[in-house]
Design a binder for this molecule. Structure first.
Ligand SMILES: [Zn+2]
Length: 206
């Protein structure tokens, strides 16, 4: 199968992954953490709004219904995956990410208590070490989710979630209207790299 695809240059790129079946021999839970994509989706201030154009009709003559929608949306809207290419011009693009790389043991580092006190709190190395002291050191190819609790602000609108809302703050100017929400500090990010984790997720704008 793999060789057939590689030999066919007209074929779209396909993900060919090898997932260790041992990973599925134990009970596990699947959580859908996705936000709904619609006109209320909170977007990064510099990207275009989401749009869905539906075309629906019924044919009396042929007795059938037909519906087709056209979606226009930034790849960075709502819940999404960022590939290394997003911030590294020679990094791989999202379709080249191995599916198996996104199905890993999940570690959740909870910093909600800090973020509730300081809305632009950045994850520190000390937070990671504190987590590891309790739950064990992060291992190569773990996936880390940084839980800031910020997702609860999402339903309150862009001002609450991003610190900026164009309807009240006017045109976006980073110098005058800086965004404000929790994130990951540089030293913490470097610690993740040294631990060789597979991916990082966070419940804030990104
Ligand atoms: Zn993104």
């Amino acid at each position: 199968m793999k060789n057939e695809m590689e030999g066919n240059q007209m074929c779209s790129p396909c993900i060919v992954s090898t997932i260790n079946p041992c990973a599925f021999q134990q009970q596990y839970h699947i959580y859908d953490l996705s936000y709904q994509l619609d006109e209320n989706t909170i977007l990064w201030p510099t990207i275009d709004a989401f749009s869905l154009c539906m075309s629906c009709f019924h044919s009396d003559e042929h007795q059938f219904d037909y519906a087709v929608g056209t979606i226009r949306v930034s790849e960075h809207a709502g819940t999404h995956v960022d590939a290394p290419f997003h911030f590294k011009k020679d990094g791989i693009t999202v379709e080249k990410l191995q599916l198996a790389q996104l199905i890993r043991k999940c570690r959740v580092i909870d910093i909600e208590s800090h973020c509730s006190q300081q809305r632009d709190y950045l994850l520190r190395s000390e937070d990671i070490w504190a987590y590891e002291n309790t739950f064990g050191q992060l291992e190569e190819n773990d996936i880390v989710l940084v839980r800031t609790g910020w997702s609860r602000n999402y339903l309150n609108g862009a001002k609450s979630y991003l610190g900026y809302d164009k309807t009240t703050d006017g045109p976006f100017d980073p110098a005058k209207t800086p965004l404000s929400f929790p994130g990951i500090g540089k030293e913490a990010a470097e610690l993740f790299v040294s631990r060789k984790i597979a991916a990082v997720g966070i419940d804030t704008g990104n």
